[in-house]
Ligand binder design. Structure first.
Ligand code: SAM
Length: 203
């Protein structure tokens, strides 16, 4: 099948477009590590990636994938601030605690909501913590930076989580943010992408 409607690679591509070697990027849902790897490849050896997941198993998978691709991730305690040094920091915690660990401005934040494919479907992202994590991400994003969120309306709770994401993105002032939605027009149950880019101030 053609890749036209595959949303996840589109999300990775749209964040990679703004990332340069040395940048800081965040993955709010590490899962099997494919998004974290895409961020790590975009920021390179001089950059930083911070990845969250509530499942240790997911972070182990992410670490494995990163190591297989020549990176050296480290597991990081959530109550310790991420240092201003290159590295891949894996945090076993809810993404709503982003603000505790990260005091710098990321150039890109990616979130692939829902549950780990093939994993425990009860460990799914939830509307309230998703909202908190996305609000904190939007607050911190650097000018020119992007937040990209893949929403799964067919997952349990996915419709209401999607409404929260859509409300948040559609409420962003157009003079400060460009916002794009990509969805599969003939499959309303398919995952869709919301992406916001912070504009440089005009003054
Ligand atoms: C669809 S998967 C992510 C896929 C992943 N980005 C990849 O490239 O393989 C969703 C992940 O979100 C994680 N998750 C669920 N609730 C979370 C939360 N509150 N904070 C951080 N991660 C969460 C799940 O454990 C699961 O691994």
């Amino acid at each position: 099948m053609s890749s036209l409607t595959r949303i996840v690679p589109r999300s990775q591509q749209l964040v990679a477009e703004v990332l340069m070697p040395g940048d800081l990027a965040v993955d709010l849902t590490a899962g099997k590590g494919r998004d974290t790897l895409a961020l790590a490849q975009a920021v390179g050896a001089t950059g930083r990636v911070v990845a969250f997941d509530v499942q240790r198993e997911a972070l182990d998978k992410t670490a494995h994938l990163l190591i297989k691709n020549g990176f050296k991730p480290s597991f990081w305690e959530n109550d310790r601030e991420i240092p201003d040094l290159p590295g891949l920091y894996l945090i076993h915690s809810c993404h709503a605690s982003l603000g505790k660990a990260l005091h710098h401005a990321p150039k890109a934040v990616i979130a692939n909501l829902g549950y780990l494919p093939g994993g425990d479907k009860r460990l799914i992202t939830r509307s309230e913590t998703t909202r908190q994590a996305l609000e904190q991400s939007l607050e911190r994003l650097t000018p020119g930076g992007r937040l990209s969120v893949t929403v799964y309306p067919s997952h349990p709770g996915g419709t209401s989580e999607g409404s929260i994401v859509c409300n948040l993105f559609s409420g962003l002032p157009p003079e400060d943010w460009q916002v794009l939605q990509i969805s599969v027009a003939n499959r309303p149950e398919a995952p869709y992408l919301m992406i916001a880019e912070r504009q440089y101030s005009r003054t």
